[in-house]
Design a protein around this ligand. Structure first.
Ligand code: ZN
Length: 217
């Protein structure tokens, strides 16, 4: 994907933050890997006012601004570190969606209560330890909680997803929010029955066969 296509995708999905209910107001941020580093939503923008591809901030891999008139999202550090640590990743979405954040505020991992957990490429969605937003410490905690998976929660903060495109990272964030909602309801009813490791392994293998688009039935 060219830089201009990435800028347009970031704007398109930043608008969807509000319409999908994943994020309200200015919270949340989106980035895409570029040849020189990464493109990322600027800080302090109300997303419905983000319409110009030139408003997207271009940073080198260390987070130094190389193009753009606005400062990058306050969470640029975690985006930068993910691109450095995960060469398979081309896009990152971070938001404070309600149910994922509610679980994160209780510092709860989402276990294998539903086969769809395998969509993140593992048997659970881990919650990263708390650290102040925008810090290197938070970034390190997120890298650890992600491991080889594509999603994690951030304690007392929100959720984060990674994928091969902005669209897929955004769709995954919607899926994580949906799973978080189902898990919240399940634990409210009682004790959700967990799928064992062997069954989750079967689900993981099946998801691999569905390919990069995360399609499933
Ligand atoms: Zn945040």
């Amino acid at each position: 994907m060219s830089d201009i296509q990435s800028r347009e995708a970031i704007i398109q999905y930043a608008h969807k933050f509000n319409s999908s209910g994943l994020s309200v107001g200015k919270s949340g941020n989106i980035s895409a890997r570029s040849e020189k580093g990464f493109l990322i939503t600027p800080t302090g923008f109300n997303y419905k006012e983000l319409n110009n591809p030139e408003d997207i901030c271009h940073c080198d891999i260390d987070g130094n601004i190389i193009e753009g008139k606005w400062a990058p999202s306050s969470e640029w550090q975690v985006h930068s570190d993910i691109y450095k640590n995960r060469t398979d990743i081309k896009a990152v979405v971070h938001c404070h969606s309600t149910y994922a954040t509610a679980l994160a505020c209780c510092n709860i991992d989402i276990p294998s209560f539903h086969y769809m957990i395998a969509i993140v490429g593992g048997g659970q969605i881990k919650c990263a330890d708390y650290a102040t937003f925008g810090t290197r410490e938070l970034s390190e905690n997120v890298i650890k909680a992600l491991g080889e998976r594509k999603a994690c929660l951030l304690a007392n903060h929100g959720q984060l997803t990674v994928s091969d495109s902005v669209e897929n990272a955004f769709r995954l964030a919607e899926e994580v929010e949906n799973l978080a909602k189902q898990y919240c309801i399940s634990i409210h009813i009682g004790n959700p029955v967990l799928l064992d490791d062997a069954e989750m392994q079967r689900n993981l293998e099946k998801f691999k066969l569905y390919g990069k688009k995360n399609q499933h039935e």
